[in-house]
Ligand binder design. Structure first.
Ligand code: DAV
Length: 366
């Protein structure tokens, strides 16, 4: 019997990983959930269509290099099978004119123990993205008799899933921050919706960010689906576009987490970490003042690192402050250039999905 799939956290020794691909990537047309995420002053507003070929080639070169670095460190690397993403998505409930990409896998696949589950994303353009990973899932299914191949309940994504007119071009940054503080997001509670990158796995505990891509009903769904795990809803006031936990709250090893200093975990939610002697350290400032062109994410991709084991981390090669901090925190840093891949959906953690890490389901917060 071969055990192919096992992962309970983001820091135990990584042995097998999926690295995304940028092929055929598209900037999707506006739809209720995506408009919310594109910053007001972004050059991408109102634009859609296939991404320029040279940007795809540059991103793929960096993704291939990341795959090679992982392999050089003894990690097996699998890659998704891209689709022609410039096709419309049509269901009985909606139509949108294009899909997006198979970068980043972290948004789509959630690995918990011997199970990999495809998520319930709130973007209509991401409705069929999971198909890029299905050949790999079938392979794991054939090779590992204990592998649980799962799909979360598929959201319908009718207009009832979004707040009508939530997005308004005139809304100021202050108003956005007020909305985050009030936990007022673009999705409704019509059905569970969640991106896998909103879920931080720490053994018996899942810390899930409530924000633009994951709603309260998803938290309730997780509680019922995983009765043996503890589900914690977390919020990070200070983030005007709260999407995905992995540029905000990033564990490096048992007992140590870096937290985005602009998006601090509230006192109330820190208690469980402090009570169990976990250290929450402010992450270093990003080295860049702006993200690269045509990028959805913020400069805080600086902290979106891939931990290979409790002492080793892959960081973006130009993020000098983050690398220096990692070094001071006792980590060996492997620099990998990755900014050309950022526009395709994120940095080193985003661009990967766990298949196998050593270790089991620890209780870090007894
Ligand atoms: O800070 O824009 C990006 C996370 C992408 N998975 C940010 C969050």
């Amino acid at each position: 019997m071969t055990k192919i799939v096992n992962s309970w956290n983001d820091f135990d020794p990584l042995k097998h990983v999926i690295v995304g691909r940028a092929d055929f990537s598209v900037i999707p047309p506006e739809e209720p959930a995506t408009s919310e995420k594109v910053p007001i002053d972004s050059e991408m507003r109102g634009m859609w269509g296939p991404r320029p070929t040279e940007t795809v080639e540059k991103a793929n070169a960096q993704l291939d290099y990341l795959a090679k670095v992982c392999e050089d460190h003894g990690v097996i690397v699998d890659r998704p099978t891209p689709l022609q993403w410039n096709q419309p998505v049509i269901t009985p409930d909606f139509r949108t004119d294009s899909m997006m990409t198979c970068m980043p896998p972290r948004d789509i696949l959630l690995t918990i123990g011997n199970e990999i589950m495809a998520s319930a994303n709130s973007f209509r353009c991401r409705y069929f993205e999971y198909l890029a990973y299905w050949p790999l899932m079938k392979k794991y299914f054939d090779e590992d008799p204990e592998f649980k191949w799962t799909q979360a309940p598929r959201p319908r994504l009718t207009d009832a899933s979004y707040k009508h007119n939530y997005y308004d071009e005139k809304i100021s940054l202050e108003e956005r921050l007020e909305r985050t503080a009030a936990k007022d997001f673009v999705t409704t509670e019509a059905e569970p919706m969640w991106d896998a990158a909103d879920v931080l796995r720490l053994g018996k505990d899942l810390f899930i960010q409530h924000g633009l891509t994951t709603n309260r009903t998803a938290m309730e769904w997780f509680k019922r689906y995983y009765p043996d795990l503890r589900i914690h809803a977390v919020n990070f006031p200070g983030d005007p576009y709260p999407i995905h936990i992995d540029a905000t709250f990033v564990p490096l090893r048992p007992g140590l987490i870096i937290n985005n200093p602009h998006r601090r975990l509230p006192e109330e939610q820190r208690k469980i970490f402090e009570a169990n002697d976990w250290q929450i350290v402010d992450a270093a400032m990003p080295a860049h003042e702006t993200p690269p062109p045509l990028c959805y994410s913020s400069v805080w991709l600086s902290m979106n690192c891939l931990v290979l084991d409790h002492k080793t981390v892959i960081c973006e090669a130009s993020e000098v402050h983050q690398m220096e901090q990692m070094d001071k925190l006792g980590m060996n840093v492997i620099p990998v250039p990755f900014r050309d891949a950022y526009p395709f959906g994120g940095a080193l953690h985003c661009a990967t999905a766990d298949v196998y890490r050593e270790g089991g389901c620890e209780d870090y917060f007894p």
